[in-house]
Design a protein around this ligand. Structure first.
Ligand code: AMP
Length: 144
């Protein structure tokens, strides 16, 4: 059952954390990394992940990690709103294949919502890397 899979050191986010594959970084500190989703559902869609704890999902994370992720998610969401001025945003977190989880390293999605702009399907097609980098810089510049 995918809710109880053990942590795979070769999952894509573990590789990003080890610097084995590139990412468009928005924010990084000792505890978290925030980077642009490569298959964004809307412009500014980014992901925030813990750097230290190898948690596969919400259930296997410690309360301390969840607290840090929530605090940093608010910080990034504020910057997304300031930089991109969406009409709303969602904080999303999937657990288990049946719920739509595809990467088994705990993460929260920060997904801007723009009125009259339907969301692209979850994990549809890769974004232009220059555009992702531009958006990452724009959000990063708005972080307080
Ligand atoms: P989930 O489906 O909730 O597990 O979310 C995983 C997310 O990771 C999806 O939204 C994917 O678009 C995204 N993703 C997959 N590979 C990469 C990658 N190499 N860089 C950035 N985002 C990725």
């Amino acid at each position: 059952m995918s809710l109880s899979v053990s942590y795979d050191e070769n999952n894509i986010f573990a590789k990003i954390l080890r610097g084995e594959i590139p990412n468009s970084t928005v924010y990084e500190d000792e505890e978290v990394l925030c980077f642009m989703d490569l298959f964004p559902q809307a412009p500014g869609h980014c992901l925030i992940i813990p750097k230290k704890e190898k948690a596969t999902n919400f259930l296997t994370a410690t309360p301390e990690t969840l607290t840090i992720l929530m605090e940093r998610s608010q910080k990034i969401a504020r910057a997304v709103v300031k930089a991109l001025k969406p009409d709303g945003f969602r904080i999303i977190q999937f657990n288990g294949t049946a719920a739509g989880q595809t990467v088994f390293h705990l993460h929260f999605h920060i997904l801007p919502i723009y009125e009259n702009h339907p969301l692209k399907p979850h994990g549809s097609k890769p974004a232009d890397l220059d555009e992702l980098s531009h958006l990452a810089q724009k959000i990063a510049a708005a972080i307080e």
